[in-house]
Unconditional design. Structure first.
Length: 189
């Protein structure tokens, strides 16, 4: 069977070339779509999407959110997530009101401090594939929106001194800096 496929791929004879070219045309083609089927297919597509989103919401509401809340010190009202965050370490997590996790979120902490803290203010939206590396403290203020693929780190887990780095030592405690991202300022005018 393997040698037959190889002969077809190479197109070693006119018959094999016809088979190869026909297979390529079939693989690169699209199914013709008659106009009268478009409304029916649109309804089918929307039904599939609604069912998928409904099942995701049910799983999030009844399973994922309660499990994640159990890992947090405090969680405000209106918290929503669509995927279970990945947690490693002993970070103390504080979440304000109306916070949304719109995708994959990783929260990692090291061994440098006893109580690293991740504090998310009210109205914070976190995009997909966001990573928090917390050794001391990371704070996102109210109404901060975080785009996809953002990484917050209060240390890179390496000392600045090259000799200490070569020895495989962790960074000194004074090299780990708190990260504070200020949110919107609410003015009473």
């Amino acid at each position: 069977m393997g040698t037959l496929l190889l002969k077809i791929r190479r197109g070693e004879s006119p018959v094999y070339r016809v088979i190869r070219d026909t297979a390529r045309r079939i693989l690169n083609s699209t199914l013709p779509l008659p106009r009268f089927l478009r409304p029916l297919l649109r309804v089918a597509f929307n039904s599939q999407q609604a069912t998928r989103m409904g099942l995701l919401w049910i799983a999030s509401y009844f399973i994922l959110e309660p499990m994640f809340r159990g890992c947090c010190v405090s969680v405000g009202k209106g918290f929503r997530l669509w995927r279970m965050p990945f947690l490693i370490g002993h970070t103390k997590i504080y979440i304000g009101d109306n916070v949304n996790f719109f995708g994959k979120v990783d929260i990692l902490s090291g061994r440098l401090f006893d109580e690293p803290k991740l504090i998310l203010g009210n109205g914070v939206d976190i995009g997909d594939n966001v990573v928090f590396v917390v050794n001391k403290e990371i704070v996102l203020g109210d109404d901060v929106n975080v785009a996809n693929r953002v990484r917050f780190m209060d240390t890179d887990a390496h000392p600045r001194d090259t000799m200490e780095r070569a020895a495989g030592l962790p960074p000194r405690p004074e090299e780990v800096k708190r990260v504070h991202i200020a949110g919107q300022t609410h003015l009473n005018v």
